[in-house]
Ligand binder design. Structure first.
Ligand code: ADP
Ligand code: MG
Ligand code: MG
Length: 210
């Protein structure tokens, strides 16, 4: 069974960085429609900083998923100007907290870590499901993770669910974040943060279910 250990946590961030860079223009185009056209650049800069922070860790410092995710979280908070930096930073910080000293996470512990991360996003951003934010990709991902006992299957299902959640944000009216300034005119566009979340969850699936 493929579990999430420190090495795969590192690979997860690396793959997320890769996918975000590949799709940076798309993320920026989504943000151009309902925000300020910086989400691709914000996330590319943030993920690159996260990967660099993890690369700077010594082998003996990076023995657990938490030890990998925590410096990544701090890099995201400090390097992304914009709403998404503190929100993703808090996500990974809380997820790391949930992992504790565990050397490896199975599907249940991964779901718990994602649940803790979502709790951080909610506490910081005060959004709920259906407000057209990254949460609308994270919640379906969590539900899918919980429905599987095997990490590879769980992550793959979560990636599909996050993509469905991302697409469903098109029909929503934004009531949080910059897009909320557009009110009804935000309808018809996919939320950029939900799109980046779908990529981050896809990265997890690519690592756990290669
Ligand atoms: P900014 O809006 O400051 O330019 P970004 O463009 O990087 O920041 O990120 C925008 C994304 O952040 C949105 O698409 C949305 O998914 C997410 N977001 C904004 N506010 C919130 C919130 N209160 N709760 C959850 N997610 C939010
Ligand atoms: Mg923006
Ligand atoms: Mg901005």
């Amino acid at each position: 069974m493929t579990v999430l250990d420190a090495e795969r946590a590192r690979a997860w961030l690396g793959r997320a960085d890769e996918l975000i860079s590949l799709h940076a223009e798309e993320l920026t185009a989504l943000d151009a429609a309902i925000g300020d056209a910086d989400h691709g650049a914000n996330m590319a800069r943030g993920m690159a900083a996260a990967v660099a922070a993890v690369a700077a860790l010594g082998q003996e410092e990076a023995q657990t998923p938490a030890a990998v995710l925590k410096p990544a979280a701090l890099a995201l908070v400090s390097k992304v100007g914009g709403a998404s930096g503190p929100l993703y930073g808090t996500f990974f910080l809380r997820a790391a907290g949930s992992c504790g000293q565990l050397p490896e996470l199975g599907a249940g512990a991964i779901a718990e870590a994602v649940e803790a991360g979502i709790g951080g996003i909610v506490q910081r951003g005060r959004a709920q499901a259906g407000e057209k934010t990254m949460l609308d990709a994270w919640y379906p991902a969590l539900e899918a993770l919980r429905a599987h006992d095997e990490p590879a299957a769980a992550a793959r299902a979560a990636a599909s669910a996050a993509a469905v959640g991302r697409d469903a944000t098109a029909a929503m009216r934004a009531t949080k974040g910059r897009a909320s300034y557009l009110g009804e005119r935000s309808v018809g566009h996919v939320d950029p943060g939900a799109a980046s979340t779908a990529l981050i969850v896809q990265a997890l699936a690519d690592v756990l279910d290669p």
